[in-house]
Write a protein that binds this ligand. Structure first.
Ligand code: BGC
Length: 267
C-alpha cells in the first residue's frame, strides 16, 4: 500500500481521528491538506507531523524540499467555507485525489430539550458540510476527468441508537444513505465512496466520558476487545481505503469499534 503521488484533504484534522488520518496518509506518501476551525494550534501540530513524514524535512531550519502538508481554516458547517476549502486544496497542490470527510460534532440533550441551533449545528457540520464538500470534490474530478476516493468518517451510530444524541444519529444515518447513493451514482465516473464507522475512540469528542469513571467503566463492558480505540486504529483503515488496493470497494461501511456494535448478551 502506498499513497505516493496522491493528494488528500482531511476535514477536521487539527485533533483526534482527523489528525491521525492526516499523519498516516502522509506517512504512506500522500501530500495532505489539513483543515481546522477553532484549533489552529492543533493544525500546526498536525502540519509539523505531516511535514516530518516527508523524509527530507528539517523543520528546525524551516526547510522542507518536498512539501507534504498545507493547512486551511474553514468551518464545515458553512457551505461557502466548505467550497473555499476544497478549492484552496486544489489550487495549492494542483489537484485532489482523496477526500476524507472527518469533521464532526455532537451535542448531548434529551430529545425534548434539543434547541434548534444545536440541531442545525450538528446537521450542518456532519451532513450538509459533507454533502457539499463531496459535491465540490466530484466537480473537480469530473473537470479533470480523473477517478477519486471519498471516505466518510461516520460512526457506529449510523446504525446504533444513541439516546440523547438524536441529531447526531440522524446525521450519521444520513451519511450512511449519502454513501450508498453516491456509490451508485458516481461509480461510473470511477469515484468510490465508503464509510469508516468508529465506535468509542479516545479523542477530544469524548472528553466528558473519559473523565467520568462510572460511565467509562459501563462503556468498556460493552466493548468485546475491552479497550477504547485509538485514533491510529481508524487511520490505518482509512489509509487502506485511500490506496489502490481498495479500488474495487464502494458503497460500504467498515466498523472500527472493538466489537461494540454487535455486542448483545443476556446476563
Ligand atoms: C461518539 C462517541 C461515543 C461513541 C460510542 C461515537 O460516534 O462520537 O461520543 O462514545 O460513538 O458510542
Amino acid at each position: 500500500m502506498t499513497l505516493e503521488g496522491k493528494v488528500a484533504l482531511v476535514t477536521g484534522s487539527s485533533q483526534g481521528i482527523g489528525q491521525a488520518i492526516a499523519v498516516r496518509l502522509a506517512q504512506e506518501g500522500a501530500q495532505v491538506v489539513i483543515n481546522y476551525r477553532s484549533n489552529p494550534q492543533g493544525a500546526e501540530e498536525t502540519l509539523a507531523k505531516v511535514q516530518a513524514a516527508g523524509g527530507q524535512c528539517h523543520l528546525a531550519e524551516g526547510y522542507c524540499d518536498h512539501e507534504k502538508g498545507y493547512s486551511v481554516g474553514a468551518d464545515l458547517g458553512m457551505v461557502g467555507d466548505v467550497r473555499r476549502l476544497i478549492k484552496a486544496g486544489i489550487e495549492h497542490f494542483g489537484r485532489l485525489d482523496v477526500l476524507v470527510n472527518n469533521a464532526g460534532i455532537e451535542k448531548h440533550a434529551p430529545f425534548w430539550e434539543v434547541a434548534e441551533a444545536d440541531y442545525e449545528a450538528v446537521m450542518n457540520v456532519n451532513l450538509k458540510g459533507v454533502f457539499f464538500a463531496t459535491q465540490e470534490m466530484v466537480k473537480h474530478l469530473i473537470e479533470t476527468r480523473r477517478p477519486g476516493k471519498i471516505i466518510n468518517i461516520s460512526s457506529v451510530h449510523e446504525d446504533l441508537p444513541f439516546p440523547n444524541f438524536t441529531a447526531y444519529c440522524c446525521s450519521k444515518g444520513g451519511m450512511k444513505m449519502l454513501t450508498r447513493n453516491l456509490a451508485v451514482e458516481l461509480g461510473p465516473l470511477g469515484i468510490t465512496v465508503n464509510n469508516v464507522a468508529p465506535g468509542a475512540i479516545e479523542t477530544p469528542i469524548n472528553t466528558k466520558l473519559l473523565n467520568d469513571p462510572t460511565k467509562l467503566g459501563a462503556l468498556l463492558q460493552n466493548i468485546p476487545l475491552s479497550r477504547l480505540g485509538q485514533p491510529g486504529d481508524v487511520a490505518s483503515l482509512v489509509a487502506f481505503l485511500a490506496s489502490s488496493d481498495a479500488n474495487y470497494i464502494t458503497g460500504t461501511t467498515f466498523f472500527v469499534d472493538g466489537g461494540l456494535l454487535w455486542n448483545y448478551h443476556e446476563q
